[in-house]
Design a protein around this ligand. Structure first.
Ligand code: AMP
Ligand code: ZN
Ligand code: ZN
Length: 300
Protein backbone atom coordinates (compact mmCIF):
# COMPACT_ATOMS: atom_id res chain seq x y z
CA UNK A 1 0.00 0.00 0.00
CA UNK A 2 1.04 3.59 -0.54
CA UNK A 3 0.12 6.62 1.57
CA UNK A 4 -2.69 8.42 -0.25
CA UNK A 5 -1.10 11.75 0.64
CA UNK A 6 2.68 11.42 0.20
CA UNK A 7 2.99 8.15 -1.75
CA UNK A 8 5.36 6.57 0.78
CA UNK A 9 5.06 2.81 1.29
CA UNK A 10 2.96 1.97 4.32
CA UNK A 11 1.36 -0.94 6.13
CA UNK A 12 -1.25 1.08 7.97
CA UNK A 13 -4.56 2.56 6.93
CA UNK A 14 -7.69 4.16 8.29
CA UNK A 15 -9.97 1.13 8.08
CA UNK A 16 -13.04 3.17 8.79
CA UNK A 17 -12.41 5.41 5.77
CA UNK A 18 -10.58 2.74 3.72
CA UNK A 19 -7.61 5.08 3.35
CA UNK A 20 -3.96 3.90 3.31
CA UNK A 21 -1.76 6.44 5.11
CA UNK A 22 1.79 6.57 6.44
CA UNK A 23 2.22 7.01 10.18
CA UNK A 24 2.66 10.78 10.00
CA UNK A 25 -0.35 11.28 7.75
CA UNK A 26 -2.50 8.83 9.71
CA UNK A 27 -1.97 10.88 12.87
CA UNK A 28 -2.69 14.09 10.98
CA UNK A 29 -5.83 12.57 9.42
CA UNK A 30 -7.09 11.25 12.77
CA UNK A 31 -6.59 14.57 14.54
CA UNK A 32 -8.29 16.42 11.67
CA UNK A 33 -11.37 14.17 11.94
CA UNK A 34 -11.60 14.91 15.66
CA UNK A 35 -11.13 18.64 15.04
CA UNK A 36 -13.88 18.56 12.45
CA UNK A 37 -16.30 16.97 14.93
CA UNK A 38 -15.40 19.54 17.61
CA UNK A 39 -15.84 22.48 15.26
CA UNK A 40 -18.84 21.41 13.23
CA UNK A 41 -20.87 20.63 16.35
CA UNK A 42 -19.51 23.60 18.37
CA UNK A 43 -18.42 21.27 21.16
CA UNK A 44 -16.01 23.59 23.00
CA UNK A 45 -13.11 25.98 22.48
CA UNK A 46 -9.71 26.69 24.00
CA UNK A 47 -11.29 28.70 26.84
CA UNK A 48 -13.76 25.99 27.90
CA UNK A 49 -13.33 24.08 31.16
CA UNK A 50 -13.27 20.53 29.80
CA UNK A 51 -13.61 17.27 31.75
CA UNK A 52 -13.17 13.86 30.10
CA UNK A 53 -14.77 10.78 31.68
CA UNK A 54 -12.08 8.11 31.55
CA UNK A 55 -12.66 4.40 32.05
CA UNK A 56 -9.03 3.37 31.48
CA UNK A 57 -10.07 1.84 28.14
CA UNK A 58 -8.74 2.76 24.70
CA UNK A 59 -11.50 5.18 23.66
CA UNK A 60 -11.57 7.52 26.61
CA UNK A 61 -7.77 7.62 27.06
CA UNK A 62 -7.39 8.28 23.33
CA UNK A 63 -9.96 11.07 23.57
CA UNK A 64 -7.88 12.64 26.34
CA UNK A 65 -4.64 12.22 24.37
CA UNK A 66 -5.94 13.65 21.11
CA UNK A 67 -7.56 16.67 22.79
CA UNK A 68 -4.28 17.38 24.54
CA UNK A 69 -2.41 17.10 21.24
CA UNK A 70 -4.90 19.52 19.67
CA UNK A 71 -3.98 22.05 22.38
CA UNK A 72 -6.99 21.79 24.72
CA UNK A 73 -6.60 21.83 28.48
CA UNK A 74 -8.55 18.84 29.79
CA UNK A 75 -8.91 17.23 33.22
CA UNK A 76 -9.95 13.58 33.67
CA UNK A 77 -12.60 11.95 35.84
CA UNK A 78 -12.51 8.26 36.74
CA UNK A 79 -15.37 6.56 38.58
CA UNK A 80 -14.29 3.47 40.51
CA UNK A 81 -17.06 0.94 40.09
CA UNK A 82 -15.95 -1.55 42.75
CA UNK A 83 -15.73 -4.50 40.34
CA UNK A 84 -12.67 -6.27 41.82
CA UNK A 85 -9.56 -6.62 39.68
CA UNK A 86 -11.25 -4.98 36.71
CA UNK A 87 -11.70 -1.75 38.68
CA UNK A 88 -8.18 -1.97 40.08
CA UNK A 89 -6.71 -2.25 36.58
CA UNK A 90 -8.96 0.46 35.12
CA UNK A 91 -7.96 2.85 37.87
CA UNK A 92 -4.25 2.04 37.49
CA UNK A 93 -4.27 2.64 33.73
CA UNK A 94 -6.10 5.95 34.14
CA UNK A 95 -3.79 6.99 36.95
CA UNK A 96 -0.58 6.08 35.07
CA UNK A 97 -1.77 7.86 31.93
CA UNK A 98 -2.40 11.09 33.85
CA UNK A 99 0.78 10.87 35.89
CA UNK A 100 3.00 10.31 32.86
CA UNK A 101 1.58 13.40 31.16
CA UNK A 102 1.24 15.51 34.28
CA UNK A 103 -2.53 15.83 33.92
CA UNK A 104 -5.18 16.26 36.63
CA UNK A 105 -7.24 13.14 37.30
CA UNK A 106 -10.24 13.29 39.63
CA UNK A 107 -11.16 9.93 41.14
CA UNK A 108 -14.49 9.13 42.82
CA UNK A 109 -16.04 5.91 44.12
CA UNK A 110 -19.49 4.81 42.99
CA UNK A 111 -19.97 3.41 46.49
CA UNK A 112 -19.84 6.90 48.00
CA UNK A 113 -22.87 7.85 45.92
CA UNK A 114 -24.90 4.63 45.92
CA UNK A 115 -23.98 3.26 49.34
CA UNK A 116 -22.74 -0.02 47.86
CA UNK A 117 -20.57 -1.44 45.09
CA UNK A 118 -22.20 -2.80 41.93
CA UNK A 119 -21.53 -6.50 42.66
CA UNK A 120 -23.33 -6.05 46.00
CA UNK A 121 -26.61 -5.08 44.34
CA UNK A 122 -29.48 -7.24 45.60
CA UNK A 123 -30.26 -10.32 43.52
CA UNK A 124 -33.38 -8.92 41.88
CA UNK A 125 -31.37 -5.99 40.46
CA UNK A 126 -28.20 -7.87 39.57
CA UNK A 127 -29.45 -9.02 36.20
CA UNK A 128 -29.87 -5.36 35.22
CA UNK A 129 -26.35 -4.55 36.38
CA UNK A 130 -25.10 -3.14 33.02
CA UNK A 131 -28.05 -0.79 32.67
CA UNK A 132 -27.72 0.31 36.29
CA UNK A 133 -23.96 0.80 35.91
CA UNK A 134 -24.45 2.98 32.79
CA UNK A 135 -27.11 5.08 34.47
CA UNK A 136 -25.04 5.48 37.64
CA UNK A 137 -21.95 6.51 35.62
CA UNK A 138 -23.97 9.13 33.73
CA UNK A 139 -25.42 10.46 36.98
CA UNK A 140 -22.10 10.62 38.84
CA UNK A 141 -20.02 12.08 35.99
CA UNK A 142 -22.68 14.76 35.38
CA UNK A 143 -22.87 15.57 39.07
CA UNK A 144 -19.12 15.89 39.55
CA UNK A 145 -18.82 18.06 36.42
CA UNK A 146 -21.56 20.39 37.72
CA UNK A 147 -20.19 20.54 41.25
CA UNK A 148 -16.72 21.42 39.99
CA UNK A 149 -18.06 23.95 37.44
CA UNK A 150 -16.87 22.33 34.22
CA UNK A 151 -18.42 23.64 30.97
CA UNK A 152 -18.44 20.36 29.15
CA UNK A 153 -18.10 16.60 29.73
CA UNK A 154 -16.34 14.50 27.09
CA UNK A 155 -16.93 10.76 26.63
CA UNK A 156 -15.01 8.30 24.47
CA UNK A 157 -17.92 7.09 22.30
CA UNK A 158 -16.67 6.56 18.75
CA UNK A 159 -18.19 6.15 15.30
CA UNK A 160 -18.74 2.40 15.74
CA UNK A 161 -20.65 2.97 18.99
CA UNK A 162 -22.81 5.57 17.29
CA UNK A 163 -23.69 3.54 14.20
CA UNK A 164 -24.65 0.55 16.37
CA UNK A 165 -26.91 2.67 18.55
CA UNK A 166 -28.41 4.31 15.47
CA UNK A 167 -29.15 0.99 13.79
CA UNK A 168 -30.71 -0.33 17.00
CA UNK A 169 -32.92 2.74 17.32
CA UNK A 170 -33.91 2.55 13.67
CA UNK A 171 -34.81 -1.13 13.83
CA UNK A 172 -37.29 -0.27 16.57
CA UNK A 173 -38.17 3.13 15.05
CA UNK A 174 -37.65 4.56 18.48
CA UNK A 175 -38.22 8.17 17.40
CA UNK A 176 -37.59 9.71 20.77
CA UNK A 177 -34.13 8.15 20.96
CA UNK A 178 -33.46 8.91 17.29
CA UNK A 179 -34.21 12.61 17.86
CA UNK A 180 -31.96 12.67 20.86
CA UNK A 181 -28.98 10.83 19.32
CA UNK A 182 -26.38 13.50 18.80
CA UNK A 183 -22.67 14.09 19.36
CA UNK A 184 -23.70 17.06 21.52
CA UNK A 185 -26.29 17.25 24.28
CA UNK A 186 -26.83 20.91 25.10
CA UNK A 187 -27.15 22.29 28.60
CA UNK A 188 -30.93 22.23 28.98
CA UNK A 189 -31.04 22.34 32.78
CA UNK A 190 -28.93 24.20 35.30
CA UNK A 191 -27.62 20.87 36.67
CA UNK A 192 -27.11 19.16 33.32
CA UNK A 193 -23.60 19.66 31.97
CA UNK A 194 -23.13 19.82 28.19
CA UNK A 195 -22.07 16.36 26.89
CA UNK A 196 -19.92 15.82 23.81
CA UNK A 197 -18.41 12.94 21.84
CA UNK A 198 -15.38 14.23 19.89
CA UNK A 199 -14.53 10.73 18.55
CA UNK A 200 -17.75 10.37 16.51
CA UNK A 201 -15.90 10.73 13.19
CA UNK A 202 -13.28 8.06 13.96
CA UNK A 203 -13.98 4.33 14.22
CA UNK A 204 -12.80 1.57 16.55
CA UNK A 205 -9.94 0.48 14.30
CA UNK A 206 -8.74 4.06 13.89
CA UNK A 207 -8.79 4.64 17.64
CA UNK A 208 -6.86 1.40 18.12
CA UNK A 209 -4.23 2.50 15.62
CA UNK A 210 -3.88 6.00 17.11
CA UNK A 211 -3.58 4.53 20.61
CA UNK A 212 -0.86 2.19 19.39
CA UNK A 213 1.08 4.88 17.57
CA UNK A 214 0.90 7.17 20.62
CA UNK A 215 1.85 4.30 22.94
CA UNK A 216 -1.20 4.60 25.15
CA UNK A 217 -1.38 1.85 27.73
CA UNK A 218 -5.04 0.94 28.27
CA UNK A 219 -7.18 -1.81 29.80
CA UNK A 220 -7.83 -4.48 27.20
CA UNK A 221 -10.05 -6.69 29.33
CA UNK A 222 -13.79 -6.24 29.13
CA UNK A 223 -15.81 -5.69 32.25
CA UNK A 224 -16.73 -9.14 33.69
CA UNK A 225 -20.39 -8.07 33.53
CA UNK A 226 -19.85 -7.01 29.89
CA UNK A 227 -22.85 -5.92 27.86
CA UNK A 228 -25.11 -8.49 26.25
CA UNK A 229 -24.99 -9.85 22.76
CA UNK A 230 -27.07 -7.18 20.97
CA UNK A 231 -24.36 -4.59 20.42
CA UNK A 232 -22.02 -7.36 19.27
CA UNK A 233 -24.57 -8.41 16.66
CA UNK A 234 -24.69 -4.87 15.31
CA UNK A 235 -20.88 -4.74 15.11
CA UNK A 236 -20.96 -8.02 13.15
CA UNK A 237 -23.53 -6.58 10.76
CA UNK A 238 -21.39 -3.51 10.14
CA UNK A 239 -18.33 -5.69 9.66
CA UNK A 240 -20.08 -7.56 6.86
CA UNK A 241 -21.41 -4.34 5.34
CA UNK A 242 -17.98 -2.73 5.49
CA UNK A 243 -16.38 -5.65 3.66
CA UNK A 244 -18.84 -5.20 0.78
CA UNK A 245 -18.94 -1.42 0.91
CA UNK A 246 -15.72 -0.10 2.49
CA UNK A 247 -16.31 3.22 4.25
CA UNK A 248 -20.07 2.71 4.66
CA UNK A 249 -20.11 3.50 8.40
CA UNK A 250 -19.14 7.20 8.19
CA UNK A 251 -21.49 7.58 5.22
CA UNK A 252 -24.36 6.17 7.31
CA UNK A 253 -23.64 8.27 10.40
CA UNK A 254 -22.77 11.56 8.74
CA UNK A 255 -25.80 11.24 6.48
CA UNK A 256 -27.94 10.83 9.58
CA UNK A 257 -26.51 13.97 11.20
CA UNK A 258 -27.28 15.90 8.00
CA UNK A 259 -30.92 14.85 7.72
CA UNK A 260 -31.70 14.64 11.41
CA UNK A 261 -32.53 18.35 11.80
CA UNK A 262 -35.43 17.84 9.45
CA UNK A 263 -37.12 15.89 12.20
CA UNK A 264 -38.74 17.91 14.97
CA UNK A 265 -36.56 19.33 17.73
CA UNK A 266 -35.43 16.46 19.94
CA UNK A 267 -34.93 18.32 23.24
CA UNK A 268 -36.92 16.88 26.08
CA UNK A 269 -38.07 19.01 28.97
CA UNK A 270 -36.01 18.35 32.08
CA UNK A 271 -37.44 18.71 35.58
CA UNK A 272 -35.45 18.85 38.82
CA UNK A 273 -35.43 15.63 40.84
CA UNK A 274 -37.54 16.17 44.00
CA UNK A 275 -34.84 14.49 46.05
CA UNK A 276 -31.44 15.53 44.73
CA UNK A 277 -32.27 18.43 42.38
CA UNK A 278 -30.43 16.91 39.42
CA UNK A 279 -32.18 16.71 36.03
CA UNK A 280 -34.78 14.07 35.20
CA UNK A 281 -37.66 13.68 32.76
CA UNK A 282 -39.70 12.32 35.67
CA UNK A 283 -40.37 13.68 39.16
CA UNK A 284 -37.65 11.63 40.82
CA UNK A 285 -34.46 10.71 38.91
CA UNK A 286 -33.54 7.09 38.13
CA UNK A 287 -30.59 7.23 40.50
CA UNK A 288 -32.66 8.33 43.49
CA UNK A 289 -35.34 5.75 42.58
CA UNK A 290 -32.66 3.06 42.68
CA UNK A 291 -31.52 4.26 46.12
CA UNK A 292 -35.09 4.18 47.43
CA UNK A 293 -35.48 0.64 46.10
CA UNK A 294 -32.22 -0.43 47.73
CA UNK A 295 -33.32 1.06 51.07
CA UNK A 296 -36.69 -0.67 50.85
CA UNK A 297 -35.00 -3.98 50.04
CA UNK A 298 -32.75 -3.58 53.04
CA UNK A 299 -35.73 -3.08 55.37
CA UNK A 300 -37.51 -6.18 54.07
P1 AMP B 1 -19.14 2.42 28.09
O1 AMP B 1 -20.56 2.69 28.47
O2 AMP B 1 -18.41 1.53 29.05
O3 AMP B 1 -18.97 2.06 26.65
O4 AMP B 1 -18.40 3.83 28.27
C1 AMP B 1 -18.74 4.93 27.51
C2 AMP B 1 -17.94 6.14 27.98
O5 AMP B 1 -18.25 6.43 29.34
C3 AMP B 1 -16.44 5.94 27.96
O6 AMP B 1 -15.90 6.24 26.71
C4 AMP B 1 -15.98 6.90 29.02
O7 AMP B 1 -15.89 8.22 28.51
C5 AMP B 1 -17.10 6.85 30.04
N1 AMP B 1 -16.81 5.89 31.14
C6 AMP B 1 -17.01 4.54 31.13
N2 AMP B 1 -16.63 3.99 32.31
C7 AMP B 1 -16.19 5.00 33.10
C8 AMP B 1 -15.66 5.09 34.42
N3 AMP B 1 -15.53 4.01 35.21
N4 AMP B 1 -15.30 6.30 34.89
C9 AMP B 1 -15.45 7.41 34.13
N5 AMP B 1 -15.93 7.39 32.87
C10 AMP B 1 -16.30 6.21 32.35
ZN1 ZN C 1 2.17 10.00 4.02
ZN1 ZN D 1 -32.22 12.39 42.11
Amino acid sequence: MKCRICGRRTTIKSRTYNLPLCEEHFIEFFEKRVKKAINSFHMFDKNSRILVAVSGGKDSLTAWEVLRNLGYEVDGLHVRLGIGDYTKLSYEKSFEFAKKRNLRLIVVDLKDYLGMDLPDLPKNLRRRICGICGMAKRYITNRVAIELSYDVLVTGHNLDDEVSVLLGNMLHWNMEYIHRQSPVLRKTHEKFVKKVKPLVFVGNDDVDMYARLKEIDFVEENCPFSKGATSKVYSEIFKILDEKQPGIKPIFLMGFYRVKDRFKDGDVKLNSCKICGYPTTDEICSFCKLKIKLNDDEKN
